[in-house]
Design a protein around this ligand. Structure first.
Ligand SMILES: NC(=O)c1ccc[n+]([C@@H]2O[C@H](COP(=O)([O-])OP(=O)(O)OC[C@H]3O[C@@H](n4cnc5c(N)ncnc54)[C@H](O)[C@@H]3O)[C@@H](O)[C@H]2O)c1
Length: 388
């Protein structure tokens, strides 16, 4: 087991940042898989962020992903007003390797040990490639996990809340662009029909939007037909004229080429780390396309996990807080316009101001540098969270 703390040289690991508080890289002794648990910041509280099980070319890419994603969680949790720091864990599956159910279970036990070894500075949950059932396995080894199934006394998966927050973001963004919050008759293109994308697609369809959808998994075509959306093969979805482009797959979808070719008024999606390059936000702004910062728009899930895990959680209050994401976004859009900066810069400022307001050794300038440097770039049914 190898542990790196802030100040250790991560350059050798091709890290985008030296500013994480703790990075634990371990090879699980049951699964044999490399696991990276990155705690970017606990300035606002214990770190909260999901566990990703994903394929990469090398374990270094998986570590890089954990570093970027955990820094994004610092921004997300701060901007959402949560007393939570940023962390993330990634289980590396070598490309070409298939993880069967037994090895997945062993990997989750290994993850539980890794999380437990951090002594509560980081709490894990679901992310891409993991489910509430997986979190129940993690819970066999650590108490620092949330999002367990309801029949295990947990609060369940956060995707409903994430979809609800992205929906609220789409309404707020289109209202900013068009002056009207009405979705009926408008068009959306959704890339990625997984946990979040499918819930969102159903809801947008029910609201009368005309949808183009795609997924690298061809089996999702049946779902597209079920909600009367137009299915296209993945790869060219950004070439279609639409009101809002909605990335809901993995990160890095917004490459230079994609941004240059987009034919939409706005981009609002669930995917984390949507830009493939550091200048993505500037390029979108230059094209006059309004971008809803990912870590604001997709915060519904973490808001749900944080609030629902507390004793006496009030579902109506959680729902209200998730819906508030739309108001937060509008404030970000106003600030960006007033200061002639990108929406990314405005959203980062919102988060960094909250980090600065917390007791911390770092100065404002240092905090801004840490978060920006670490953020780097990438890599059911239609009813969402309902009041009881
Ligand atoms: N689940 C949550 O509550 C939550 C919260 C915050 C952020 N997010 C982010 O939202 C995104 C989606 O999360 P999810 O939980 O729905 O994941 P998921 O794994 O359930 O779904 C992702 C879907 O995207 C598809 N996909 C992957 N690459 C694609 C590509 N290049 N083009 C088209 N489709 C592609 C996959 O086949 C899958 O169907 C992820 O980036 C995740 O980090 C999710």
């Amino acid at each position: 087991m190898t542990s790196f703390s802030s100040g250790a040289s991560l350059d050798a690991l091709h890290s985008p940042s030296l500013d994480h508080e703790t990075v634990l890289i371990t090879r699980g002794n049951r699964s044999g898989l490399t696991i990276s648990v990155a705690v970017h910041s606990t300035r606002l509280g214990s770190a909260l962020g999901g566990a990703r099980v994903w394929h990469y070319d090398s374990w270094l890419d998986a570590v890089d992903d954990s570093l970027r994603l955990s820094a994004g969680m610092t921004l997300k949790n701060a901007a959402a007003g949560l007393a939570r720091g940023g962390g993330k864990s990634v289980v590396f599956i070598p490309n070409g390797t298939t993880l069967d159910a037994e090895r997945k279970r062993l990997a989750m036990l290994d993850l539980g040990d890794a999380v437990e070894s951090l002594g509560g500075s980081y709490q894990t949950a679901e992310d891409v490639g993991t489910s509430a059932a997986d979190m129940a396995v993690v819970a066999e080894r650590t108490a620092h996990v949330c999002g367990l199934p309801a029949d295990r006394g947990g609060v369940g998966e956060p995707s409903d809340a994430t979809a609800q927050g992205v929906f609220s973001s789409i309404v707020a963004t289109l209202e900013t662009v068009t002056g009207s919050p009405l979705l009926s008759g408008r068009r959306a293109t959704i890339s990625g029909l997984g946990q979040v994308g499918s819930r969102l697609a159903r809801r947008l369809s029910e609201e009368g939007m005309s949808l183009i959808v795609t997924d690298v998994n061809p089996a999702r075509r049946a779902f597209a037909e079920e909600i009367h959306a137009s299915w296209i093969a993945p790869g060219d979805e950004h070439l279609f004229e639409t009101d809002v482009f909605v990335p809901c797959g993995v990160g890095g979808a917004l490459t230079h080429d994609v941004i240059a070719q987009l034919r939409c008024a706005a981009v609002v999606g669930a995917a984390n780390n949507q830009f493939a390059d550091a200048d993505g936000a500037e390029l979108l702004a230059e094209r006059g396309i309004l971008w809803a910062p990912d870590f604001i728009a997709n915060a519904g899930g973490v808001i749900y996990l944080d609030m629902a895990s507390k004793p006496g959680a009030d579902r109506a209050a959680i729902l209200g807080r998730v819906d508030d994401i739309g108001h937060t976004l509008k404030a970000v859009f106003r600030d960006a316009a007033a200061r002639s900066v990108t929406t990314l810069a405005a959203a980062e400022k919102l988060a960094i101001d909250r980090l600065d307001a917390a007791q911390a050794p770092a100065t404002s300038t240092e905090a801004a540098h840490h978060v920006r440097a670490a953020r780097g770039v990438a890599a059911t049914t239609g009813q969402f969270l309902q009041p009881a």
